[in-house]
Unconditional design. Sequence first.
Length: 83
Amino acid sequence: MIAFRPDNIDVMVAVRLVRFARNALLAATLKLDDAGYACAALDDLYADCAGLVADWAGRKPKSVPDHIVRAAVEYRRQHGRSY
């Protein structure tokens, strides 16, 4: 069993709140998208929250997502461009 100290509980609460913020930011982004709007600042806030959650969970966010890399490679292939 893990012994909880007050500072550990505070950290756990902070992590939970950041996760909640991440989910709320994603929901807001999706609602705006459904209404036909886009907000770059909101997208950046969501990305920052997601990065914090990933970092605290021991995962390092990739600088460029794999699907973007695959799409870029395919685009260059289709248009006859090389690296």
